[in-house]
Design a protein around this ligand. Structure first.
Ligand SMILES: *Cc1c(COP(=O)(O)O)cnc(C)c1O
Length: 400
């Protein structure tokens, strides 16, 4: 959603003449740095580093946490492909871990069972308005001395025991892609409270350059120093201007959506074969990028996600998506078609997603549909239409 304020900020970025981190300093604070400060404040971390997308935020975070070629990273088996492909991108091995049936988030017990002497990072991903049990997860990581990178791309603004998700691991990463709760079209941001990790994140996203405080007008706000291998993953001034504006509205919109989502939780109790995800007690304020409806195969049919998503989209006149399939069987996760398998036959074996057995992710990945977050800004009364539509879809399927 954009407002008149979004347009003003975007025009201000355009007219400033500075469009990039690597543009000349105008004497004004860049939108990018203003967004970094505001977002860190929002999450409650000391620092934030904006990036060109969420995948880039994950990539610099993985590298900044010391992960590299051959290291193992625990990734949930039911998530957007970028979580695993960011691990591939640094030459590490994604180890796919099963999820909890009631939250669809990474199972801490399964994560523990997957730890080996080569595990260098755990990447819990909070999905569909629920969350990983962060009490158990941080305890597990602490016992093994393994850092935690939280992927919060679904849950901007949610809180675990009062603290924002993203501030509980060593680094938190967020996508600001078009469909997310906070968006700049394309964009991402990584947060941390560790000054050394912050310096690495910040330099890795700007080809190794460091922000130069007190830069004279007309010069670059970046200085070249040795010691860090970086890439250009910077967020543009236009994206930062748009993201800043959404941040002002985020808590208010999340609160409105939460009321409507609780209403749907209650209504689903009356729809045979449909159920919401559950939320762990530690998740004191939830936020959901998509509302996940779980469908019982006995009522809606085996592998019913496509049929139900299509029928429900027709009934509601908006796009209802089938959930992404588990990464063990996902058309977008094709590590064997990447150059990383050239290193050795052993490497190809390690990257093969089919070596993992994820019964819960594989089942749930075919039996859920996702409602877009924007519909939960509608008046809460309208939510009854969703439950009615689901009932009609069920009746149609039963009749066939
Ligand atoms: C959207 C998303 C990403 C990737 O973000 P991009 O901005 O598209 O690169 C990563 N993880 C999760 C869980 C996501 O939903």
């Amino acid at each position: 959603m954009s407002t008149a304020r979004t347009e003003e900020r975007l025009l201000a970025a355009l007219r400033s003449g500075r469009w990039a981190v690597s543009g000349a300093h105008t004497g004004e604070e860049s939108f990018e740095n203003t967004f970094a400060q505001r977002f860190a404040e929002f999450v409650g971390t000391a620092h934030a580093v904006p990036t060109c997308n969420g995948s880039a935020a994950l990539t610099i975070a993985i590298e900044a946490l010391g992960v590299g070629a051959g290291d193992e990273v625990l990734v949930p088996g039911l998530t957007w492909v970028a979580c695993a492909s960011a691990v591939l991108r640094v030459g590490a091995v994604p180890v796919l871990v099963d999820v909890e049936p009631d939250t669809l988030c990474m199972s801490v017990a399964a994560a523990e069972a997957a730890i080996t002497p080569r595990t260098r990072l755990i990447m819990p991903v909070h999905v569909y308005g629920s969350a990983v049990d962060m009490d158990a997860m941080t305890a597990l990581a602490g016992r093994h001395g393994i850092p935690v990178l939280e992927d919060c791309s679904h849950v901007h603004g949610a809180r675990w025991r009062g603290r924002r998700l993203g501030s509980l691991g060593q680094v938190g990463a967020f996508s600001l892609q078009q469909t997310k709760l906070l968006t700049s079209g394309e964009g991402g941001v990584a947060v941390t409270s560790d000054p050394e990790i912050h310096d690495l994140l910040s330099r890795k996203r700007a080809d190794g350059r460091r922000r130069r405080v007190g830069t004279p007008v007309g010069e670059l706000e970046l200085e070249e120093l040795p010691g860090v291998q970086g890439y250009n993953y910077c967020m543009s001034e236009f994206n930062a201007a748009v993201a800043l504006d959404g941040l002002d509205r985020l808590d208010g919109e999340n609160a409105r959506r939460r009321v409507a989502m609780r209403r749907l939780d209650d209504l689903l109790a009356e729809v045979e074969g449909a159920s919401p995800l559950s939320r762990p007690a530690g998740l004191t304020e939830d936020a959901a990028y998509q509302y996940c409806v779980r469908l019982a195969p006995a009522v809606f049919g085996q592998n019913c996600k496509h049929v139900v998503a299509e029928a429900l989209s027709r009934e509601l006149g908006l796009h209802v998506e089938p959930i992404d399939s588990a990464l063990t069987d996902n058309v977008l996760y094709q590590p064997l078609a990447s150059g990383w398998t050239k290193a050795s036959a052993e490497r190809a074996r390690l990257l093969d997603p089919r070596r993992f057995r994820l019964p819960v992710a594989e089942r749930e990945g075919e039996h859920c549909v996702l409602l877009p977050h924007r519909m939960f800004l509608a008046p809460p009364e309208d939510i009854a239409l969703v439950a009615d539509a689901l009932r009609r879809v069920r009746d149609q399927l039963v009749r066939v």
